[in-house]
Write a protein that binds this ligand. Sequence first.
Ligand SMILES: Nc1nc2c(c(=O)[nH]1)N[C@H]1C(S)=C(S)[C@@H](COP(=O)(O)O)O[C@H]1N2
Ligand SMILES: [Mo]
Length: 421
Amino acid sequence: MAQPDRSQDGVPRRQFLKHSVAVLGAGGLAAASARGAGAFEPPETPPWMKVPGAGMSEYGQPSKYEVGVKRTGIASRPGTTGSGVSRTPLEALDGMITPSGLHFERHHGGVPDIDPAKHRLLIHGMVRRPLVFTVEALMRYPRISRINFLECSGNSGVLYNPTPPSLTAGQTHGLVSCSEWTGVPLRMLLEEAGVEPAAQWILAEGADAAAMSRSIPMAKAMDDALLALFQNGERLRPENGYPVRLFLPGYEGNMSVKWLRRLKVAATATMTKDETSRYTDLQADGKALMFTYPMEVKSLITRPSPGRTLSGAGLYEVAGIAWSGNGAIAKVEVSTDGGKTWAVAPLVPPVLPRAITCFRMPWKWSGSPAVVKSRATDSTGAVQPERDKFIGEHGHNAVFHYSAIQAWSVEANGEVKHVYA
Ligand SMILES: Nc1nc2c(c(=O)[nH]1)N[C@H]1C(S)=C(S)[C@@H](COP(=O)(O)O)O[C@H]1N2
Ligand SMILES: [Mo]
């Protein structure tokens, strides 16, 4: 298979340059289509240089030409408006941070309209000193910041189906996003309340209409659990838990309880409906696993991907994202021949634990049908499995924690389709 030389970074880049210059210089495809669309080629002066530009704005918005980049696959349970999901348009983005306005949403009872002056957080149960915090009080504690992904355990769940869906990367895998989260380590508040030695769990409850609740192991609460107040430098968005959410790095999204109002310290797990009837993992043998917390190592090619048709043979970048709830991404391999051969794709720094990690690799497409795949390995040595193996272990009826290798087929006409291969 023709794999470009990845040992010398400069070589592929020179090829990209040569390619585009040749096309323009020859008055070829790119230049011709640009003129056809009414473009202003230098040295001609475009109209936006002939008048002063717009003034300042109090809160910036994306270019009006990017209005198509929006959360996708929005669906709510029948008869409801706020019990559902919206997904991040992964194929339209590039970088480790998800813009806050495009962070995926998963609500069980809609987004509550919480007045921060009236919101309270209670810590009670097996503690020496029950405490009630105002948001103002929380804002006075020392803070830490971390870049971490958040993934709903239902992400990619449609791929348990025997037939591949005709959906975009975002519509299939867009229940994962990555932000810089800033707030107060939960440990600090628990130490202030004085946790009794026999306490092993904490019930976390949200202030939404669903009062969504999960049991959190004490070890995680004391390790890296965060009471997040800020997201990507600004206060949390209402849909992501304003004014305060629990954030558990690497764990299934459901446990990061939004609009946090209560932490009850307990000896045992509470067995809430969201950890018994929901968020359990059905296995191929009919048994179900409970308390499956970390999200497994996973990756996905976003360029090319369905909806992003390639315009003829030539040099492209194969790019995508990888993440693991168990550590950092150690390696991403890319195959352009359906998994027969693999090449190591360069990772884009910074490579952080439990954060989205980008990979990008040049690919010379011959113009004949190809199947592209990515396979991630994390710092624990866990390798993303092929779909056949994964389905063999989990069956077709599972819903959560889908993490198998994703294959896209590139057709001869440049169209990209979802395939099981
Ligand atoms: N209070 C409350 N917390 C919640 C939820 C909810 O509906 N209510 N949804 C959970 C689920 S299932 C997920 S995947 C994440 C989604 O977080 P996001 O909407 O900020 O992406 O929040 C979790 N925390
Ligand atoms: Mo979720």
